[in-house]
Design a protein around this ligand. Structure first.
Ligand code: SF4
Length: 227
């Protein structure tokens, strides 16, 4: 298991202000600057991953180091793959130690936007490190709970965390009883080498999602349904 803890990040005031629709030179902009400065003091984005090998494939299952995942789409994506990289990347639990003004919903929203930038830095760093260390070309990933609800059920976070080991002890990320992760700006999944682009958004029918990174693909969706 490999832990990445010294992850560089940049918190650009203008860019974050644009994301949350705040004028940088307004009074709100000043408050946002102060929050960003606080974040710079405490933030420690992190990632955890391991190299793991498949030891079985079923009709709609894959088994990785004795842990079985059930997802027709994951099975299809790993059809020609024998090695995967389960991972967790996070903005860092330190961000949840900061006390925000009670009931200030705007401050909470801005803080979440800052956390999202930190998570982005963690994902980029993890992805670059993986490609350097293992000489990978193109990669894709899947996350439990991403895409439509039955593409890869979120309950399989339990198996993913079991495969990774002591995630909380290593990088401070907790899995809740409802299989969400704390801190909230955290992603988990399985990364794999591929020659074909895959995004969970392609098999997600959610409309008007602000985070959509690829258009819904009816043909791929149909493949998922038929297996
Ligand atoms: S469209 Fe939105 S909800 Fe659906 S997988 Fe993409 S980011 Fe997630």
């Amino acid at each position: 298991m490999k832990k990445l803890i010294d992850i560089p990040f940049e918190l650009n005031v203008v860019s974050i202000a644009r994301t949350v629709h705040v004028e940088p030179d307004s009074p709100d902009g000043q408050t946002l600057r102060e929050l960003i400065e606080q974040a710079r003091q405490v933030a420690r984005p992190k990632a955890l991953y391991k190299e793991a090998f498949l030891d079985g494939k079923g009709a709609d299952t894959v088994t990785v180091e004795g842990v079985t995942f059930t997802s027709r789409m994951l099975r299809a994506n790993l059809d020609r793959v024998e090695r995967v990289f389960p991972f967790v990347a996070t903005c860092g639990h330190e961000m949840d130690t900061v006390t925000l003004p009670t009931g200030d919903l705007l401050a909470e929203f801005w803080w979440d936007a800052i956390k999202a930038v930190l998570l982005g830095a963690a994902i980029r760093h993890f992805s670059e490190r993986l490609k350097q260390r293992f000489a990978l070309g193109k990669t894709s990933s899947m996350s439990p709970g991403s895409g439509d609800v039955d593409v890869w059920p979120i309950e399989q976070q339990r198996e993913l965390f079991a495969l990774l080991g002591d995630v909380k002890g290593q990088i401070g990320v907790e899995l809740t009883e409802s299989f969400l992760m704390k801190p909230n700006k955290t992603v988990s999944g399985i990364c794999f080498a591929t020659e074909v682009d895959f995004h969970s958004c392609q098999v997600c029918r959610r409309k008007d999602c602000p985070s959509r990174s690829a258009a819904f693909d009816p043909a791929l969706w149909d493949l998922h349904q038929r297996g």
